[in-house]
Design a protein around this ligand. Structure first.
Ligand SMILES: [Zn+2]
Length: 353
């Protein structure tokens, strides 16, 4: 996301803030003054810790967490994959809200016995009153965060918790469909309440929840459909290879004649590199048509095996930021696979449902 700014690194995770998040303190400064702005900062810290708790549990299962982005409506931790294992998904999802509940319980306990905190303020804090009221709001903010996140609707944690609980009993795809339907019902209720009470924030959340639920369903459908397919099932036996001396101009010609846009580079029948469409376009601009393949080919892209599952290939493509990969066993070349190939399998199969 280009529209976010990196703040700091913690546990190898970079914490970013989305530009729209700054609307929040601005809004509260206008509405409620400096105490409200401090409160926004506190919410920001609580949301960050909530996301970090998800991330740490995920990391304990070997899942990589790249970054945490803070949005005005909450945080998003981007993980390289979500666990297929329902028990892991349950623990990762429940960890965040659980953190807020534990923090709230500890704070209420401490404030309750603190001589400087009157019981009347602790249990009835109001925004913008005194600094003591502001501090007393912190546990209640955490309880609100926990409740909101535990709503059983995607993209909230509660949606994942529900799906993982269902998935221990029924098929993962069916579990997702039920969780998505419940999410849609919540979205419709939010939307109705938003219109009934003239609350644009609620309408916004309703739209967001509705779309996120649908997105989750199609994401899972793609993943589950691709699960049964291997690279060799869709591998095209017709492909063109290049050698290191091939000039870029020749490659450009090949793209037009063969309709192939990504090429394995071969030496003595063995794979030595790979050139993608992006590399070709970039190099044509940067170095001109006489550059040889040797200088633009990539060696950092891993080859996938004909026996690899398409889901794995798609994940590698996402991680490496490429839309094509060479297919090889050892250095022996078998062909290429592209994101379009995978997409075609999916669109063919999608019509079966
Ligand atoms: Zn969460």
């Amino acid at each position: 996301m280009k529209s976010s700014i990196k703040l700091f690194n913690i546990f190898g995770i970079s914490v970013k803030i989305h530009l729209t998040f700054f609307l929040l303190p601005l809004f509260f400064l206008v509405m409620g003054g400096i105490k409200s702005m401090v409160l926004v900062l506190i919410v920001f810290i609580c949301v960050t810790m909530h996301e970090l708790t998800h991330s740490l549990v995920a990391m304990s299962f070997g899942i990589k967490v790249k970054d945490i982005t803070l949005l005005p409506i909450g945080g998003v931790a981007s993980m390289n994959k979500m666990p297929d294992n329902p028990k892991q998904e349950f623990l990762i999802s429940i960890a965040g809200p659980l953190f807020n509940i534990v923090l709230a319980a500890v704070l209420i306990f401490v404030f309750y016995y603190a001589p400087w905190m009157p019981e009347s303020i602790l249990f009835r804090p109001t925004l913008g009153n005194t600094w003591l009221h502001t501090i007393a709001l912190v546990p209640w903010i955490n309880i609100t965060l926990a409740i909101f996140n535990l709503l059983p609707a995607f993209p909230m944690d509660g949606g994942r918790v529900l799906r993982s609980l269902l998935a221990t009993k029924i098929d993962y795809r069916k579990a997702t469909r039920i969780a998505v339907n419940i999410g849609h019902i919540f979205a419709i209720v939010f939307g109705y309440l938003g219109f009934a009470h003239d609350n644009p924030l609620l309408i916004f959340i309703a739209i967001f929840v509705y779309m996120a639920a649908s997105a989750e369903e199609s994401h899972v459908n793609i993943k589950e459909t691709l699960k049964d397919f291997l690279v060799k099932d869709i591998l095209n036996p017709q492909y063109t290879t290049l050698n290191k001396e091939t000039p870029l101009s020749k490659v450009f010609e090949l793209v037009f004649h063969t309709h192939q846009e990504d090429f394995p580079v071969v030496e003595g029948g063995l794979l030595v590199g790979f050139v993608t469409r992006q590399d070709i376009i970039r190099s044509l601009h940067a170095t001109g048509p006489n550059e040889t393949i040797e200088n633009i080919m990539r060696k950092d892209l891993p080859a996938v095996s004909p026996e690899d599952k398409l889901v794995i290939v798609q994940r590698i493509m996402e991680e490496k930021g490429t839309r094509a990969l060479p297919v090889a066993k050892g250095s022996l070349i078998y062909g290429i696979i592209t994101l379009e190939d995978i997409g075609r399998v999916y669109s063919l199969l999608a019509h079966r449902h």
